[in-house]
Design a protein around this ligand. Structure first.
Ligand SMILES: Nc1ncnc2c1ncn2[C@@H]1O[C@H](COP(=O)(O)OP(=O)(O)OP(=O)(O)O)[C@@H](O)[C@H]1O
Length: 587
């Protein structure tokens, strides 16, 4: 299947519309809460074409006409059970977080489904991307957001939303589509959607997704990642001609996709850059964004928003004629001398495959009446159930090997399992660099006619490489001219490349979330993928415990061991390669 991201022009700096030990294996108190919450909050499936919910026990449901699974009706709000609420509160877990609305990962919906109420524009962009049905997370989130905005034009009552769904399940479009739908009929350019991601690469990727779906509208999408000098970025984001500070700002973009550090830079140093018109604040890879300080970005953004909300403004924006269904500025025309309405409530949208359950981190967000939608995947039935979910199309393996033979076992995997189109994760940049040297030298030792299949080409991909070289390596990988990338955790999150057939954890991940994101680079969007973890013997206990605590061990991973003959055959060339590397680098 072709990725919708394929075929879209790389957008450059600015793109426009057109253009988580130690817990016992038995069920913990929290597991009980989560199990109960799942029983309570699994939503009944509505009958096709009906506003009425169907009976909760299916088997009586008629088959959908389009052959796709129906998605749940989120229009009803469920009251948490009192006992569960008390128990969760005792543990410091907010009630809404303990009681998510769970969605089956197979629940898809046709793009034409009336409940999604997608515009012809968005449907045509979906068609252009080869999307005929929307994935579970999209089918669940889009109607919720659309309904919230339809019901509250002034947005004072919109609820914040947290979403967790497995890696590669399509979370990006779950916020891109409703934002484009909501803003596409706007009359005046104002910064109305802020999308924050932890890395430049991810911001670029999401920026391209927005640009693709905004194509054919007047909406303008901006990117702020620090890839270009600040002055140039400022020019792209605000109108330079507006020399004097304007009460309403002078945004050139409707949607800004950015990294937290660069956002802080603009808040501090860009005249006329304002968040006062924001309607959406998306935090993708939210657990990571909340887990790191990034120049204290979160309190700074909160302070900026609260500052503008607290000050009544005189009408400083151009007049707008309200249009049914249009997203308009709610300010009065200039010169009327009438105080403008208070700033609209900003809806916060959090997305992650491993959404944090840490009450303290969540509390920092000051969420308003939050809703939590959790798309189920494979695994995640244990200690941190709901936190870690895996694509059902992912096959997972592990091999326990001697510490000093890990490179040889990696070579064995490449040879025997014919891994082509893979990513190999190490614990550090140095480890990636050294491993790449060993494997590359080994490849040179293997006679051209001895390869069982296509010869493998390995490249190092690290933040140590100049940006241009990194881009070149990635390009070659996407063109399948490089068959294996060896890297640190630089690309462990969010990176969406459709041809990644396998992930190798050369170094064992230290946290369950790290494992989840790394292996999530494969088996995306319903495709099959394999994940291999090389476990050095002394780490075997820790690895197994981590996986068990994460509810992802029994029946999830299969042990593999190499064929002795093949290993012995490969050992010869491997040792020759090791000697060469030692001679060159003195290691
Ligand atoms: N409805 C759909 N039909 C087909 N492909 C889709 C659909 N929605 C998304 N995709 C594709 O699925 C892939 C994964 O999507 P996306 O990157 O949004 O996943 P994700 O849930 O954000 O993953 P991660 O947690 O790893 O960041 C992308 O290539 C995207 O284009």
């Amino acid at each position: 299947m072709e990725s919708p991201a394929e075929g879209r022009a790389a957008s450059g700096d600015h793109v426009s519309g057109d253009a988580a030990a130690g817990r016992p294996a038995k069920r913990s108190k929290r597991d009980e809460i989560l199990a109960r919450k799942n029983r309570h909050s699994k939503q009944p499936v509505p009958a096709q074409g009906s506003e009425e919910p169907a009976p909760a026990q299916s088997g009586e449901e008629p088959a959908p006409a389009h052959g796709l699974e129906r998605f749940p009706d989120f229009s009803r709000e469920l009251e948490p059970s009192h006992a569960t609420a008390l128990e969760a509160a005792r543990m410091g877990i907010p009630c809404w977080l303990a009681q998510p609305t769970t969605v089956d990962c197979d629940a898809q919906a046709s793009v034409d489904d009336d409940r999604l109420a997608l515009s012809p524009h968005v449907r045509s962009r979906c068609a252009a991307a080869g999307i005929g049905s929307l994935f579970a997370v999209q089918s669940a989130v889009i109607p919720v957001l659309r309904a919230a905005h339809a019901a509250s034009r002034l947005r004072q009552h919109v609820r914040d939303l947290c979403v967790s769904a497995p890696t590669g399940s399509g979370k990006t479009l779950a916020f891109v589509i409703p934002i484009v739908e909501q803003l596409r009929a706007r009359l005046v350019v104002r910064l109305r959607a802020l999308v924050v991601l932890p890395t430049k690469d991810l911001a670029r990727q999401v920026g391209e997704e927005f640009a693709f779906f905004c194509s054919g509208t007047d909406l303008r999408v901006g990117l702020a990642t620090g890839d270009v000098p600040l002055a140039k970025e400022q020019h792209l984001l605000v109108d330079a001609a507006a020399a004097a500070p304007l009460a309403g700002g002078s945004s050139r973009v409707d949607i800004l996709v950015c990294t937290p550090g660069r956002l802080v830079d603009h808040l501090a140093a860009t005249p006329n850059f304002t968040l006062q018109h924001l309607e959406f604040w998306v935090m993708d890879e939210a657990d990571r964004l909340l887990g790191e300080a990034y120049q204290e970005w979160l309190p700074k953004v909160q302070a900026s928003i609260e500052a503008v909300a607290a000050v009544p403004r005189r009408g400083a924006c151009p007049a707008l004629v309200p249009t049914p269904g249009a997203s308009t500025s709610r300010r009065r025309p200039p010169g009327l001398g009438v105080l403008a309405r208070a700033a609209p409530r900003i809806q916060k949208l959090l997305f992650s495959a491993t959404l944090t359950q840490d009450p303290a981190k969540i509390a920092r967000l000051r969420l308003v009446r939050p809703q939590y939608i959790c798309v189920t995947g494979k695994g995640g039935g244990g200690g941190d159930a709901g936190t870690y979910a895996f694509p059902s199309t992912l096959d997972e393996f592990y091999a326990t090997c001697p510490v000093d033979e890990k490179p040889l076992w990696l070579i064995y995997l490449l040879w025997e399992r014919q891994i082509r189109g893979g990513i190999c994760f190490t614990k550090s940049l140095e480890a990636a660099h050294r491993l790449a040297q060993i494997v590359q030298t080994w490849i040179a030792e293997v006679p051209a006619d001895a390869w069982p299949g296509e010869k493998i080409v390995v490249a190092e991909y690290s933040s140590d490489l100049p940006a241009a070289q990194r881009a070149q390596v990635m390009r070659l990988f996407k063109q399948r001219k490089v068959s294996l990338l060896i890297c640190s955790d630089l690309v462990a999150r969010g990176l969406d490349i459709d041809q990644i057939a396998a992930v190798v954890n050369y170094d064992v991940p230290t946290h369950m979330s790290q494992y989840t994101h790394r292996v999530g680079r494969t088996a995306r969007a319903g495709r099959h993928g394999a994940a291999y973890t090389l476990v050095a013997a002394p780490q075997a206990f820790h690895f197994k415990k981590m996986m068990k605590d994460g509810g992802h061990w029994e029946g999830c991973l299969r042990a593999i061991s190499p064929q002795k003959g093949t290993l012995a055959m490969l050992r010869q060339q491997y040792e020759a390669a090791l000697a060469k590397v030692a001679a060159i680098y003195g290691t």
